[in-house]
Design a protein around this ligand. Sequence first.
Ligand SMILES: O=C(O)CCC(=O)C(=O)O
Ligand SMILES: [Fe+2]
Length: 379
Amino acid sequence: MATRTVSETDQSNEQLKFETSIDYEHNKVSDAESYSRRWMLIHTDVKYKYESYLPHYVPGLQPSLEEFQHEDVGLRADLNKTALLTAPGSIFEEITPAIGTEVHGLQLSSLTPTQKDELALLAAERGVVIFRGQDFADIGPDRQREFGRHFGPLHVHQHGGHVKDYPELLPVYRDFTAGAVDNEIKDNVSSIKWHTDMSYEINGMGTTIFYSLSTPESGGDTLYLSTTAAYNALSEDFRERLHGLTANHSGFAQAKVADHKERYIREPIETVHPIVRTHPVTKTNSLYINRLYTRKIQELKNEESETLLNFLYNHIEHGQDWHIRVHWRPGTVVVYDNRVTQHSALRDFNVKEGETKRHMLRITPQAERPYFDDGAARG
Ligand SMILES: O=C(O)CCC(=O)C(=O)O
Ligand SMILES: [Fe+2]
C-alpha cells in the first residue's frame, strides 16, 4: 500500500521530494506514466515516518574492537522463566520443536529487567522469539538502544550505515533507489546468504533485536535456522570428530562489497573460532561455521577443509527440520540468539518506485568470545 509508511500530515520534507523527483527525471517515462507517477508523488511523497532511521554514513577510521569478558544476563534468569512466561495476557506458542516461539499480548518496551534476563534465556533455548503487535519501533532511538544494552555492549558495524547519532542502531534498508538486488547478489541464482552476524569479530554476537519499520506488500521475509538442532542431528562419532577443530572467519569480503572507503569505520579483520561452540547459559553445543564468513578449518589441509565445510554448510542449510521463516508485519520484533542460529534475508520483493520500502533496524549486543567446552559436550 502506497501510504502505509508515510505520515499524511507532515508535508515538510523538501529534501525527500527533491531526491524523488530527480529519480523521476532520470527515468524518462511516457507522458501517461509520468502523469500517474506525478500523481503518486503528490500523494505519497510526504515525510516518511521513519526518515530519521535511514542509513547515515560517517567517514574515517575508528580503532579495532578489543576482546572483553562477557557475563551473559541469561545466567541470572530463573530456569522456569516465570516472570516472562506467566506475564498477564501473554501467549507463547512454539513454532516447531527445534526453533522459534511466537509471542502475543506482551510489550517488549514494558519488560522488567528480570523479564529481560528470562528473555535472553528463552532466546538461547528457542533460537528465535517473534513478538507481534509491538510499539517498539515508536519508542525512540534512546529507549531502543537502552533495551539492547541490557543484553551486552552494543556492536557497531565495521562499515554499515547507522541511524544518525546512534551508531549502535543498524538500518537494513531497500527502496527503489537502493534497489532490491544489490551488488552482493546480482550474479547469484537466489538471494540466500546464510550467516551468523559478523562472525569474524573476536567477541561473538548475542541476544539480537531485529524489527520492522516498513515492510513490502509481499515477500521480504527472513529465514532462520537452529545450529544447535543441526549439531544434534549428527552422529555421535561425527560430532566427536568436530570437537576442538577451529576455523578462520573473515570480514574482508564483506568490506569489499561496500567498496566505499569513506564509509569504513574500522579495518576488516579475520578471527579463528571453534567450529563447535558451547552456549554459556544453556551449555548446549552448536555448529559455528557459516558460508558467508568462514574460510578454512585450521587443522586440516585445503581439500579436507573444503569437503568438510561444504558437507556442514549443506547439512545446516538443507535440514528443514530446524528452519523457520518469519513474515514481517508492522509491529513485529524478532529477538534471536546469534550463537545458536543462522539467518538469511530474502530479497524477493518487487520494488515499486515511490511505493515500496523495506526498512528494518538491528540492535546487536555482543557476547562472549566463542568457546568449546569439552566437559559440556560429554555431559
Ligand atoms: O534483512 C534481513 O532480513 C536480514 C538482514 C541481515 O541479515 C542482517 O542485518 O544481518
Ligand atoms: Fe544478518
